[in-house]
Write a new protein. Sequence first.
Length: 434
Amino acid sequence: MENGQQLKKTLGPLMLWGLGVGYVISGMYFGWNLGLEKGGTLGLAVATFFIIIMYVTFTFSYTELACAIPKAGGAFDYAMRALGKDWGFIGGMAQNIEFIFAPPAIAFAIGAYLHIFLPSVSVLAIAIFAYFVFTALNIYGVKAAASFELAITVIAVVELLIFAGAAMPAFEFSNLEKNALPHGWSGAFAAIPFAIWFFLAIEGVANVAEETVNPQRNILIGFGSAILTLVVLCILTFSSSVGIAGWETVVYDAAGNASDSPLPLALAARFGEGHVLYKLVTSIGLFGLIASFHGIILAAGRSTFEFGRVGFAPKKLGDVHSKFRTPANALLINMAIGIVALFTGKTGEIITIACFGALTLYIVSMVAFLVLRKKEPKLERPFRVPVYPAFPVVALVIAVVSLLAMVVYNPWIALVYFGILGAAYGGFKLFYKK
């Protein structure tokens, strides 16, 4: 490999934990509560239960792949090796769609949040400014980017624990039973994207494998500790929020509109808006959003970089910055696409497209995992998934069912997603040269 295409190794297990939790943690702060509108407490709880099983089994399986093949492309590299360049492209493109489309949705939330304090500045302007700031930080260096990510992730985790500690004394099980299944069991299927939003992008840890010191050991520690942290935070946040006064309290604001702020709504119901805990949680809630926004930008840069490095996209995207040794070109093109997505103003639809990309990635990755076990039994695997083949098979089955359910409940968004994927694949078949 040319020196101009090598990434710098600087990351250890603590940094990887910070990245893994940071990629995902905004999902605890906003978005998930909209699944309550679809499925009620029971519908979203059932969807989340199965999605947790999918993510736990998937994460351990994906860790085996990441330790055996520590490359920046993640799912793309695994699918390429196991299934050939066509499926490698599809898996990699799905990963690109997930990582490129998730940040604009979070940028909207950051813009809406800061707009409260800066009413003279538009939500869109703040969101675009955030893109420039955090893309620049990622170009400057992965160690600086990961150190920043670790710091804000720790603050975001502490804030969630403060929230749970404040909310839990008011928890009543009867509140979980209020209108628990408003649309029948079909609501559980409709709630799937919002259950996925709790954990979306955890697999981004694999995309910095090439920049990890001793990846065979540190990725296992980073991935494992991150998924454990996120499962605990998910259960705590869900139960403590809804347990205060029922699910409708954390979905609808005072005007009756669906809200992106479930935690402040829960604390307002418990203490009122003047209470110090309400002000604390709302004032530092921005950290959770920034952690995920910044972290997914980092992972997306590596995913696009690998596409360019192997020639599946313009070769310039596979270059690293001569001074900072980071994938600057890939980061800049991702920012440009993200800003275009911001101008659509369709936050919910952007989230759903990202979830379609994630599920496609999970399916292709688990198929690649099973094929590699058969095709390359002697491949060095420093970590082996427990309970093989149950873990990858369970992850694969839940991902397929979830993808089919999302197509049924979001047919037009599915058409847009598969249209993007199909058009990209068509371009790949026309222009790719070895």
